[in-house]
Design a protein around this ligand. Structure first.
Ligand code: FPP
Length: 254
């Protein structure tokens, strides 16, 4: 069943939005794998961490593009449960970078009506001060409704399913009560609609443990652009590609 925003009389205020985009078929939820920062930096003879830093501008422009389109949910993969395997200096940088990003950007995101939330494990590996910034940003923006920005941080799709099963067992849910809806109830954000569109940048054709339960019927796009070069125009192109797809959800075309 399509869950696109139905806004047939909507016109866009951003003149750079391609006229071919149908305002009545904007994806409700877009999820992005921000990939290619390291390659962007390598190509410039810079350390990988400079690539992550350059990704901040892309992130902000992507949020602005989502706001212009009227996307209601945007989920960004900022750090995976597997990214702890990266060199210790890069992990340390990414923790501080994400913390700094929240401090630098939370007020402007709040003013734009963005609700910030996080999906992932709050385990001992995440520094306390990073958890504190995450909680502050969540609290500051909790009443905003224009766009929900979910940062997938220390997130893994398999870990999320494991955590859901553990919580169900702990709650004593009996086998006869286990259903798809029940499993959804135990995901990190049960109220979050499944992504309509997944964008993975940098020409890698992988999901890398992102939102495994939720992407069962998502449309997937793989633009070649490296994340630090990603701008709202790339988001608009991905939405155009999405609108050219035919979603059947296992049924037949109508
Ligand atoms: C998955 O690829 C990609 C991610 C988990 C995104 C990681 C993003 C960052 C570290 C930078 C975040 C940037 C900003 C601006 C917040 P993978 O490399 O984990 O998996 P793979 O080995 O399958 O490619």
């Amino acid at each position: 069943m399509p869950r696109e925003s139905k806004r047939p009389f909507q016109t866009f205020t951003d003149p750079t939005i391609p006229s071919e985009i149908d305002p009545s078929r904007i994806p409700t939820h877009v999820a992005c794998v921000m990939d290619g920062n390291g390659r962007w930096a390598n190509a410039r003879g810079l350390p990988r961490t400079d690539g992550h830093a350059a990704g901040e501008e892309a992130l902000v422009d992507c949020v602005d593009g989502a706001l212009e389109l009227g996307v209601s949910w945007l989920t960004l993969y900022a750090f995976s449960t597997e990214n702890w395997k990266r060199p210790v200096d890069e992990v340390r940088f990414l923790m501080g970078f994400n913390e700094g990003l929240l401090m630098r950007r939370r007020d402007e995101l709040n003013e734009k009506g963005v609700r910030i939330q996080f999906a992932g494990r709050r385990d001992w590996r995440v520094p306390k001060r990073v958890l504190k910034r995450m909680d502050e940003a969540t609290e500051l923006t909790k009443n905003n409704r224009r766009l929900t920005l979910t940062m997938a941080f220390n997130y893994g799709g398999r870990a999320e399913i494991v955590d859901a099963v553990k919580a169900m067992v702990a709650d004593g849910v009996s086998a006869s009560k286990v259903s798809e809806q029940q499993i959804r109830n135990y995901l990190y954000h049960p109220e979050m609609p499944d992504p309509d569109l997944v964008v993975r940048t940098s020409g890698e054709y992988r999901i890398s443990n992102f939102l495994l339960w939720q992407i069962a019927y998502s449309e997937l796009t793989f633009p070649e652009v490296l994340w630090p070069d990603f701008r709202r125009a790339d988001l608009y192109q991905a939405v155009l590609e999405y609108q050219q797809r035919e979603r059947r959800y296992g049924g037949l075309e109508t």
